[in-house]
Ligand binder design. Structure first.
Ligand SMILES: NC(=O)c1ccc[n+]([C@@H]2O[C@H](COP(=O)([O-])OP(=O)(O)OC[C@H]3O[C@@H](n4cnc5c(N)ncnc54)[C@H](OP(=O)(O)O)[C@@H]3O)[C@@H](O)[C@H]2O)c1
Length: 295
């Protein structure tokens, strides 16, 4: 008889994310163990509780989910969990703090429906947040280029503070040394206009309720795809509605946050379901993107 599917939520926040819990239940999880305010010191004990209770053949029916609003804290918990596994004594895990991996995967896949990134100029406005950084990682890496990490896309990572953009580009280049990330300051509207002036694709990954780009983008002659991930008014890219999904403005195909959100939800649910296929999976941004590609 197959064991019930147990998902153990690890969340460093004071309250475990209800969003992550609801998606887990909707994805077919039978039992959800919700742990809030989890610290690195507590992870090993929780992981041992997960791996020592069922036989090795049944470990695929237990999985771990790492959420939370502070990505660095969550990543530290994930690292601790990975180091608590040994040999076959492990369970599958998924990391998606603040939905950054599922959202970035969905945004990049929406863009890829309309454009091949090869040799293209990509601008990521507010590219320093968790979602923007992962969009940059996916476009700069082999995941979006059929295994070819030298597809020649130029990726501007924008920030109101150039030092912050530089730091993010340096971080991204550690794992993707061949990718062409360009730090770009966007502390005023002229700088923002110059960041997008020659772009083929623009992603707006700014904080909720912040307009990053005014309607002048509608005059850009090269812009093929524009994706705004901010779902809270005002829009991140003025003129794009949250519900827009492959909506055409002149030559530009546009997506708003909810337009991307449908795919994001499908990716999240599929990833949860995949966790229970075996006990040895680690689903982080690239694996989650690969799941999205199959949807
Ligand atoms: N559609 C979906 O399904 C979905 C799912 C998850 C998240 N989201 C949305 O995706 C967006 C990105 O998420 P995130 O967690 O990466 O965002 P975040 O960390 O809150 O913010 C991203 C960046 O926005 C910039 N920023 C913050 N306040 C600003 C301001 N007042 N003016 C201009 N720029 C400002 C910051 O960059 P600098 O300081 O470097 O300038 C920051 O690094 C958010 O709008 C979020 O709500 C959508």
């Amino acid at each position: 008889m197959s064991k019930s599917k147990i998902l153990i939520q690890f969340d460093p926040d004071p309250q475990t994310s209800t969003f992550d819990s609801v998606v887990a239940i909707d994805s077919g999880v039978d039992q959800l163990f919700r742990h809030n305010a989890v610290t690195e010191a507590q992870v090993q004990g929780l992981v041992h509780g997960a791996i020592f209770t069922r036989g090795v053949d049944d470990l695929k029916s237990t999985a771990l989910f790492f959420g939370g609003s502070d990505v660095q804290s969550t990543e530290a918990l994930v690292a601790q969990a990975k180091s608590s596994f040994f040999g076959p004594m492990r369970v599958s895990l998924m990391s998606d703090p603040n939905g950054c991996n599922t959202t970035a995967a969905a945004a990049v896949l929406c863009a890829q429906k309309h454009i091949d990134f090869k040799q293209k100029k990509i601008t990521i406005l507010a590219g320093t947040g968790p979602v923007g950084m992962r969009i940059a990682h996916l476009i700069g890496g082999p995941a979006t280029a059929g295994g070819d990490s030298t597809h020649g896309a130029t990726i501007k990572v924008c920030s109101r503070t150039v030092a912050k953009a530089e730091s993010v580009c340096n971080q991204l280049n550690i794992n993707l040394p061949e990718a062409n990330f360009i730090p770009w300051e966007t502390s005023n509207s002229d700088q923002t206009e110059s960041a997008v002036s020659d772009a083929h694709v623009v992603f707006a990954a700014g904080a909720a309720g912040v307009e990053l780009l005014d309607t002048r983008w509608q005059r850009l002659s090269k812009l093929e795809v524009a994706i705004d991930l901010n779902g809270v008014p005002p829009a991140g890219i003025a003129g794009i509605g949250a519900m827009d999904k492959a909506k055409r403005f002149g030559q530009t195909i546009c997506y708003g946050a909810i337009g991307v959100g449908g795919l994001k939800m499908k990716i999240h649910r599929s990833a949860i379901q995949k966790l229970f296929q075996s006990n040895d999976q680690t689903l982080e941004v690239e694996e989650i993107f690969a799941i999205g590609k199959k949807i």
